[in-house]
Design a protein around this ligand. Sequence first.
Ligand code: CTP
Ligand code: MG
Length: 230
Amino acid sequence: MPTTASTVALIPAAGSGTRLGAGIPKAFVDLCGRTILQRSVDGVLAAGVDRVVVAVPANLVAETRAQVPDAQVVVGGAARSDSVRACLAATGDHAEPPDVVLIHDAARALTPPDVFSRVVGAVLSGHDVVIPAVAVTDTLKRVGDDGAVLATVDRTPLRAVQTPQGFRPDALRRAHASNGDATDDAGLAEADGMRVHVVDGDLMAFKITTDWDLRMARMLIEHGATANPS
Ligand code: CTP
Ligand code: MG
């Protein structure tokens, strides 16, 4: 990652993890001796990001400060976008705005440093909003409520979108000014008419959503995978 640019990463980690069903908020689930959140923060710092702000459930703020002492910790909100806005509000404390703001799901704990570099590089080269994405490999069909196939969808132009998503600070503030909700931040930028630039993601940046994903992440770590190569 270019060392002259200043970067801040906002990490929404305040979700409940309903689909994972671990009984505790997903970011605090163990992933081979470190929590999902710790591994994500390790990866962000290993990628060379200067500053990290994490949003977590209110009752886990003190525990998070102990777990990730290098991150600033704030209380998240009911929806992912609220948690991002809570992080964003905390970045206003600093006089010098960063060159790039990254927003990164805590749940993408094995994201390789190269993905961060590509996103930061594209923002620094002039794109206001940058997302990493990968091709979709399954055949996709639209299915009706009655379980019958309505159509096969052409997957050629479709991409599965990941994080970190990169923004110029003013573009991110503009995207969130509407107080809207979207499953990703670029969705808010799109709704505001901004151009969103796509760079290559990486299959290792998959989001731990279900128990299958968690088992996959554990197996990958047991076989040497890490987002923190140091
Ligand atoms: N997130 C957040 N605040 C929320 C909801 C989600 O900070 N109110 C974060 C999650 O902690 C996660 C990221 O946004 O790191 C992506 O969300 P998702 O994978 O949907 O996590 P959860 O919302 O926790 O999971 P689920 O939807 O299964 O409940
Ligand atoms: Mg969710």
